[in-house]
Design a protein around this ligand. Structure first.
Ligand code: SOE
Length: 382
């Protein structure tokens, strides 16, 4: 591989351009190709985003100089595209969820291992430095035994009945929406920070808008708020706007998460409170440069993102001094720094520091058990 790693991005709706922006901040990476559903759209988007080459998916796979592919398409395309990329001998970074079926994800994990190719799932929210700080503090015993976890992930971009997106269509998004889309981040961070495994789930879903008004022209994530009152088609909705899930962990203690995409005023707010025998951590992704550290017998702590105050494992994810805030866009840059270091080596590390296809499979398994639990209205083992 040449010194410069060449990347392709497949799909340029909401998150594809976020991948592009993050990659452009890495010194040894060049995004040389953009892929869209057809050549005309690929040409238009490549010109708009300043990417030199535009391809259809099949043609991109034939380009021997492309080392890695970012899959940023709707969920139902992830499996086939990730499989084709691996079979073409290219490294792959796939948006969550890895697939919409467990057996598909299992096949991808096995194929990636067989090929020895770098594989990652974009659980980028792990890369808020304060999330890694919480994980490292737990590993060093500063949290103590995990007593409980309370988490929520709240948004309002699907608040209106006229808010519409491909994620509302099970044939494109899968059988779960809020849990698969944002609950997966929260569940991934829960296991990542605590080091615990979720052993049982008890879920209850709610579809607040039983029908939605589908606009008769294509739109993209978050763009629904700018729609005017054009004519709409009323369609039935059977995926969850809201869900609460009770959790049991392998240390015998408990927790709960709530996800919602209809909470007015909550724009993109992951909040987790992890109570331990020595401290209590609270992190809020809308204030990502801060970590609240609760204490019983001394003053509480309010740790600010300052590399000189963080454990080295966390300050490795910090590019700017204290007070120079870093946020959502920086999480992808920091994640890709770690993934591309592996790509530069040409193979998946033995113990990757980044979320892999195996983590993507893990979240799919938990998500499927949550769907099953909601249907049965009963506890289900993971
Ligand atoms: C929409 O809910 C979305 O773009 C998710 O798909 C992302 O994973 C999340 O980070 C932000 O919101």
């Amino acid at each position: 591989m040449s010194q410069t790693i060449k990347a392709a991005i497949v799909g340029t709706g909401f998150i594809g351009p976020a991948h592009l922006e993050a990659l452009r901040r890495l010194p040894y990476v060049e995004v040389t190709a953009l892929v869209e559903v057809n050549q005309q759209l690929a040409d238009e988007k490549a010109k708009m985003l300043g990417i030199p080459n535009a391809y259809t998916f099949e043609d991109m796979l034939k380009q021997s100089d492309i080392d890695v592919v970012h899959i940023c398409t709707p969920n139902f395309l992830h499996f086939a595209q990730a499989k084709a990329v691996l079979l073409a001998g290219k490294h792959v970074i796939c948006e969550k969820p890895l697939a919409v079926k467990i057996d598909e994800a299992e096949e991808l994990v096995a194929l990636a291992a067989e090929k020895g190719l770098v594989n990652a799932v974009h659980f980028n929210l792990r890369y808020y430095p304060m999330v890694r700080q919480m994980k490292t503090m737990r590993e060093k015993g500063e949290l103590g035994e995990v007593y409980s976890v309370m988490g929520s992930y709240l948004q309002d971009w699907l608040f209106l009945q006229t808010d519409y997106n491909w994620r509302l269509e099970p044939d494109k998004s899968g059988d779960s929406r809020a849990i698969a889309d944002i609950g997966s981040h929260l569940l991934d961070i829960t296991e990542y920070v605590t080091g615990l495994k979720i052993t049982e789930v008890m879920a209850d879903f709610s579809t607040v808008h039983k029908t939605r008004l589908k606009p008769l022209k294509a739109i993209e994530t978050y763009s629904g708020k700018m729609l005017s009152m054009d004519d709409y088609q009323e369609v039935p909705i059977n995926t969850e706007d809201y869900a609460t899930v009770l959790l049991r962990f392998d240390n015998g203690n408990k927790g709960s998460i709530t996800v919602s995409q209809v909470n007015a005023g909550r724009k993109n707010r992951l909040n987790v409170e992890i109570s331990g025998s020595k401290s209590n951590f609270e992190f809020n992704s809308e204030r990502p440069n801060e970590l609240w550290i609760g204490k019983r017998e001394t003053a509480n702590g309010h740790l600010m993102k300052d590399p000189s105050l963080l454990h080295p494992e966390a300050s490795a994810l910090v590019s700017f001094p204290g007070g120079h805030n870093e946020g959502f866009p920086d999480t992808s840059k920091q994640m890709f720094k770690e993934v591309y270091a592996a790509i530069h080596e040409g193979k998946q590390p033995e113990k990757p520091s980044f979320p892999t296809f195996a983590d993507g499979l893990r979240e799919l398994i938990i998500g499927e058990r949550i769907i099953e639990s909601n249907k049965k209205q009963a506890w289900v083992a993971v």
